[in-house]
Design a protein around this ligand. Structure first.
Ligand SMILES: [Zn+2]
Length: 173
């Protein structure tokens, strides 16, 4: 994994590699800027830890990002989760590219999805921490009121996604 950086601007928090930063050369002056806010200050992010359950939740995020409205995928980047050496679970948002502290109970700055998907991220965090599997009904759920799909997935893509998800270790039988 190449070294990753986090934009130091509090309202931004973009994360990415040096290669993804925006190079700006003016005469002899050279700067490497944040592609979201054009800030020039970064922190280095410590490498994420290898973790089997993190791999499992990322398989689910990938499956979701490949079906229907491709939630968790924006502008060529798929969201993912990671765990650091202190056991903290992070969600890296696909749109804001911000690394979100998933143990926080207040609103999540930089989280570009709605409440249902936040609940899912929390359930994935709990799976990573405690091994509690996620019921298949949580994936592309159907509204009890009008039978529509809460994520906006068509019936066919929701069905295809659930078939894929059902085989994943993070989903309960
Ligand atoms: Zn930034």
């Amino acid at each position: 994994m190449p070294e990753r950086f986090e934009c130091s601007r509090a309202h931004c928090g973009w994360t990415g590699t040096h290669h993804e930063r925006k190079n700006n050369t003016t005469g002899s002056w050279h700067a490497s800027l944040c592609p979201h806010c054009y800030g020039g200050m970064f922190r280095t992010i410590e490498p994420a830890q290898e973790n089997e359950r993190i791999n499992h939740v990322n398989e689910l995020i990938k499956a979701i990002s490949k079906h229907g409205d491709k939630l968790f995928h924006s502008r060529g980047f798929t969201a993912h989760m990671e765990i650091d050496k202190n056991g903290i679970v992070w969600f890296v948002d696909d749109y804001s590219r911000r690394r979100i502290y998933t143990h926080y109970h207040g609103s999540w700055r930089g989280f570009s999805h709605g409440g249902t998907l936040r609940d899912l991220v929390c359930a994935m965090r709990d799976y990573v921490k405690k091994g509690h599997k996620i019921p298949l009904e949580w994936i592309a759920p159907v509204s009890v009121n009008d039978n529509s799909n809460i994520w906006g997935y068509s019936q066919e893509s929701a069905q295809a996604l659930r078939e894929t998800a059902a085989k994943l270790p993070v989903i309960s039988e």
